[in-house]
Every structure is written in C-alpha cells, then in structure tokens.
Design a protein around this ligand. Structure first.
Ligand code: AMP
Length: 423
C-alpha cells in the first residue's frame, strides 16, 4: 500500500485554516509596508554551510539536510536570518543604512510535533540593520505589537530581556563564548541546574543565581533591580540600562509588556543584546520573538553592522486567533453562479462570466451541465449571492435573467449593466 499521509509534522491546510493563515500573512505584509521594510524572496533550499554558520547547535541539529543531485550539501531553511545576512554582505552590501528587510514564507525544523509546533511552519521576518540605538530595538517590538493588534489578537503581552546582562557578567569572569552559548541554551529551556553545572567558577554561579531571583515585580521594578544588581560589571550595566530605556520607549507607545526577565535567554546563539517574545495567555508557546545581533553580519564576511530582528510564528498567530474564536473580516466580493440554459449557449455564458470576474465578482461557472433546478438548488446551498441565467430569449435583447438568491427576487438585466448591478 502506498503511503498517502502527510509526512510527520507536515500539514495540509484546508480552506478555512488556509484563509486564516493567509489573513495573518497579509497583515504581516501590511505591517512591513507601514514600517518601511522592503520585501525580499529568498530560496527555501540553501547551502548547509550558510544555514549552519551561526544558527546555534539547537537549530543545527534540527535542520532537514540532504545532498542534491549535484552532490551539494544543502538544507531547508530553518529561519530567514542567515539568508538575509548573506544578502546584507552581497547584493545589499552598498545599500544605505538603515536597511529594513522583510520576508515571509515557510521554514523547516525537525521539532517534536505538538499543538502549535510543526516541522513546516510560516514565519514573517523583519530585520533592521545599521543602528545600535535603542529606538531600533524598540521598533522590532512595536512592529510586532502592530502585527498582533492588526490581526485582532486579544490579551497578548511581551516579555523582554537583554542577553548582554548575562554575557557581560560571564565575560568579565572570563567564561569563554562557547561555554556562554551552552549556558544560555540551557537557560532558554529553563534547565538552570544543568546550566550552572557548566560553570566551574563558584562566584559565577552565585551571581547568576542572584540574577534569577530578581524575577517578579512590575517590569520597571525588575529592570531597575537588574541595573543595581550588576553594578561593577561594566558591560552588563550598559545592557541593563539599554533594557530600561527600551522598556520606556515601548511602553510610551502603549505596548503591553508583561515582564522583564533577568535570566531570559533565547535558543539562537547570535543574539548580543535585547531579546523579546510575545505570548497570549491561551497558549504556552511564543507567537514571535527576536532581538539584537550585532556580530552576525561579520560572521558572514561583512562590515561590522549592528542589527536587530524579529520572526513571528504565523501558524501560531493563526492558532491563537482560532482559540480566541476571532471572526475574520468578511470578504467583500459578491458571489455568483453563471448557468447557460442549454449547451449551445456555453460560449456566451463564459463571456458573461469573464465580464463579471473583471468587475471583481467571484464566479462559479456551471461546469456540471446540470438541469437549471439542480444548479440553482446547489447555488442556494452554497449561499451564493446571485444566479445569472443565460437563455436564448433574453440574449436576443442583450440581457440575462438574474436571481438575487439572498432577497429571493428575479429580474431581467442588460448584460452591459450586470457588472455594476452585481459587484
Ligand atoms: P525563532 O526563529 O526560533 O526565534 O522563532 C520565532 C518564532 O517562530 C517563534 O516565536 C514561534 O512563534 C515560531 N516557531 C518556532 N518554531 C516553531 C515550530 N516548530 N512550529 C511553529 N512555529 C514555530
């Protein structure tokens, strides 16, 4: 027996689900336009080497990797950032800064499938390159806020941190980058015990433990506690100040911040500063996340370029909308069926259908050759607005019969007037 199921972790989205995802994709694209991000389309298949350059162990182990028929090591993109970093160091290298780039599409990770976690999923990705200022960090959060709001989500809120706080402390205590990455990866999974075990310096562990305990209180209280706590660790102090400033900037625009997290880490190794996530209470998974990555462009051979970015999990936004039972805005198109009374009138009827479509009406042509009664019954069942009946007698006067299936009225109309009357 052939296997006709989807591959584990991959899904078919039927009309209703596809419509919700497309609605969210549309909102992401609108957000990009509103914030001045230019859309680029990059390949789904990329060199393994590019994708593994700085993704971090976590994602590297979850990539779909294969050899193409030319014996090249390739992989399905697990995110957009590597492709955008390549562009930033090649085709977009001489573009004036700031550079704002947007992408949307499917990405692939061999994650353990569960509710809201798939192996093929959609992201919208925003990258802002060239600014190290806190207003650039704030923009990544604010545009996410705009996207969540425009999608109609209720009760979403942000969690903000700055990876520079922990990195600053560890660097000053001479913990090398590799160990730092491993520690942060464990902390991202809230495996604090395992994270601390990687540090052989007792003082280091105590300082990190103390940071963890600053949790709680209002976002502003926590941000201030962090600043006081890391006094004396110059880099960490700067990171904490930066966090406080970003918090001020985004809350001034009414962005809902739920918490400042002193020990917040994110899976991707390339973050160097502010990091954030957005959640809704109904789901215990992030709808989007991002942060600052000031060294990534160098890794790809470019000039040192400060950058901040965010990726939104659009399937999860769609899932949250479904969970909150959000009604999508109704489509504005009128719908019609066009039915020729007899086969000889097919050509005329098709021509009339084209006329209606050009006027923006959604037309289902009668392709089953059914009797009029059956075709109308079917149109009623599908809740179509109008039935256009193309008959010989009316055609002689350049007219057709139009049934308004909502008002249950019938009239004879000139073909030339149809588009205006129906659309
Ligand atoms: P990341 O690229 O890891 O920062 O992820 C950005 C966003 O993508 C997350 O906040 C999620 O919303 C979404 N995401 C990550 N992994 C998955 C997955 N396996 N299935 C669905 N959405 C995901």
């Amino acid at each position: 027996m052939p296997n006709f199921q989807t591959v584990r972790g991959m899904r078919d989205l039927l009309a209703e689900e596809a419509a919700i995802l497309n609605f969210v994709v549309g909102k992401a694209r609108e957000t990009a336009q509103l914030y001045g991000y230019k859309e680029v389309i990059t390949p789904v298949v990329e060199p393994y080497e590019l994708l593994s350059a700085k993704s971090g162990e976590e994602i590297r182990q979850r990539m779909f990797i294969f050899k193409d028929l030319g014996d090249r090591d390739v992989a399905l993109r697990p995110e957009f950032t590597a492709s955008i970093a390549r562009l930033a160091t090649t085709a977009l290298k001489t573009e004036p800064k700031p550079l704002r780039v947007f992408s949307v599409g499917s990405v692939y990770r061999y994650d353990e499938p569960q509710r809201g976690r798939y192996r093929e999923f959609w992201q919208s990705n925003f990258e802002l390159m060239g600014s190290s200022n806190s207003e650039a960090d704030a923009e990544a959060i604010l545009l996410t806020n705009s996207l969540m709001k425009a999608s109609g989500l209720q009760g979403y809120a942000f969690k903000i941190g700055n990876i520079g706080v922990i990195r600053g402390v560890l660097t000053q205590m001479n913990v090398d980058d590799k160990v730092q990455n491993a520690v942060l990866q464990r902390m991202d999974k809230k495996e604090y015990y395992e994270a601390f075990k990687l540090l052989d310096n007792e003082k280091c562990r105590t300082v990190l433990q103390g940071l963890l305990e600053l949790k709680g209180g209002t976002p502003f209280e926590t941000a201030e506690k962090i600043t006081e706590y890391v006094a004396g660790y110059a880099e960490a102090e700067a990171a904490a100040d930066n966090l406080l400033e970003i918090l001020q900037l985004v809350t001034a625009s009414g962005c809902p911040v739920r918490a400042v997290e002193p020990a917040f880490a994110r899976g991707l190794e390339y973050y160097t500063g502010m990091i954030f996530e957005v959640n809704v209470p109904e789901l215990d998974i992030a709808l989007g996340g991002g942060g600052r990555y000031d060294r990534l462009i160098e890794v790809f051979g470019g000039e040192p370029t400060p950058a901040v970015g965010v990726a939104h999990g659009l399937d999860r936004v769609a899932l949250a909308l479904q969970t909150q039972k959000t009604e999508l805005p109704a489509g504005r198109r009128k719908t019609a069926v066009v039915i020729p009374v007899k086969p000889e009138l097919k050509a005329e009827a098709l021509k009339i259908a084209q006329l209606l479509m050009e006027a923006g009406v959604s037309v289902e042509f009668e392709v089953m050759g059914r009797k009029m009664g059956k075709a109308l019954e079917d149109a009623d069942r599908r809740k179509v607005d109008y039935a256009v009946i193309v008959g010989e007698r009316e055609l002689k006067d350049d007219a057709v019969v139009v049934k308004d299936l909502v008002k249950r009225e019938q009239s004879t109309m000139k073909i030339a007037e149809l588009p205006e009357k129906i659309s």
